[in-house]
Design a protein around this ligand. Sequence first.
Ligand SMILES: [Zn+2]
Length: 137
Amino acid sequence: MRDTDLFQMALGLTPPWQVESCEFAAEQKRLDIRLAFPRGSVFVCPQCGQADLKAYDTTEKSWRHLNFFQHEAWLTAKLPRVKCDHCGVKQVSVPWARPGSGFTLLFEALVMSLPGPCQHEAWQSMWASMAPGSGAW
Ligand SMILES: [Zn+2]
């Protein structure tokens, strides 16, 4: 099994999404997982459910994921937009995060499971680490 297959299973990725590469930066204690979809993949309009829409354009975006042991894990993907006949150009939904969120669903679930005061701390330190200039964005 390739290491990318392992991450694919761990992240619960659904087609057409697949793990393209994984990179450990030991010094930064950081794991970067890059997700991609094969050329010609089709997506569903997030607004009306129209299927079989080709990617219209893409924007690169990163999400903070659960720590992988001592490594900070980040997901990065070129997020496609589709051009729907009914709704216009829309950003597709992805299986690992809520629309517009900078965190994966698993990461949010982890923070939400912390006791209230810890949650506040966790979000604060997360936002601080994602501030412009930190290199995270
Ligand atoms: Zn639509």
